[in-house]
Design a protein around this ligand. Sequence first.
Ligand code: SF4
Length: 501
Amino acid sequence: MAFAITQTCCADASCVSVCPVNCIHPTPDEPDFGRTELLYVDPDTCIDCGACADACPVDAIFPAGDLTGPLQVYAEINAEYYAGRDVLAEATVAPNFHRWTPPAFTRILPSDFAALDVAVVGTGPAGMYAVEDLLLHTDARVTLVDRLPVAGGLIRYGVAPDHPSTKKIGETFARFHDHPRLRLRLGTEVGRDVTAAELAARHDAVVYAVGATGARRLGIPGEDLPGSLPAAVVVGWYNGHPDVAPGAVDLSAERVVVVGTGNVALDVARILTADPDTLAGTEIAPAALTRLRSGKVREVVLLARRGPETAAYTRPELLALAARPDVDLVVDNHDPRIGQAIDAAEPGDKATLLQGLPRETVDWSSPPPHGRRRIVLRFHSAPVEFTGDTEVRGVRASGAAGDVEITASRVVRAAGFRGAPVPGLPFDTGTGTVPNTAGRVEGLAGTYVAGWIKRGPSGGIGANKACARETVGVLLEDAVAGRLPVRRRRAGLASKLLGRA
Ligand code: SF4
């Protein structure tokens, strides 16, 4: 019986490099990697050795025969990926080249970097993958900086508390906090406690992995009314983020509208409708749990501009939501295109996930029904305005029969994240990123970026591994080539040793 990769896959490919028969795809060398929602085991070639399960940082891999309940479908999902395709023919490089070390790593003698001092700003996934590469593949010393008093970034403050397997990857990263070549500087903010110029002067190189913590604006009237919250505030609230007050989220409303259908929107909907007893014992902030216990939310409405065939959520997250025993998932059938897309969906299409779910044409002027809590998916509907005078009273949203007002006194904006400027670094206000080439910050030699501040807010935890590795690779190339300003003389010597100067 083959193994299968399941819902919590972080796609960082730790399993790929340990598989002795190269049967986990897409690998980092293949076109689908970076876009894929999860990795898949080929059941025809898997030899059941279990090495991948041991290596998985989020406990997502199991023998297919042991899968039960909502996870059973993953045996089929893994096999489906391989149906009718020759993955090795699709690979852009030779099989097993994924046991891969970036070109810069292989060209560099570790002894050249015995004294390389690198500052990494940010303790989230991108920063920690960069730290991992620097500590494991070079002899560099690392100063790890975070503006918050607790390390962990997105893993600690972004992953929902009912996803303990995903949070487990934080343990993998935390083992580096005590590494003898790492100094941890928490509660240190660039621009407040230290300037970018000071960091650059004290280190051979600086890698900024500060994420994208701002919210993308909707640009509609009423967006800033009290009662309208960015998703980051709600996520920070239930995770106990130091910047978010314990009372920041008021749950006295029966209906909450969430603008967006990405995984963050699903996280918010899931937590707000959860039976609080199921969250006790997780890492949820105690104040949030107390408030959920006394909250009145009975319905969360997810608004999507587009149709069910292009919804932003990933398949594993929607499958998990649909499998919840305590909450109903309903599709608002206000537009004929919705039913058509669901009914006509072929295997593999995203809209198939909604087949079998109840559909109803919801009367938004009425309060949510009593009884079980529910989550309503409303596709082909864009928010036009948040109504209300002194606080949000509802959301005017487009629909097939014209605009409707959805009565709701709380709205969560989950339309995407946006990077914020770092004092002392260039910033592209259009993309919300620091302008860079493969991680090298334009116009600032010795300064690098990784993660969402480098490439924009897309891709999950695992996508940061390849991203950080690219950045560390160019950093090392620059060191060898003598392009690091503080280290020019030493790197020049290294280049000569390598016959490159
Ligand atoms: Fe590869 Fe072994 Fe995992 Fe099968 S069980 S996918 S052979 S590592």
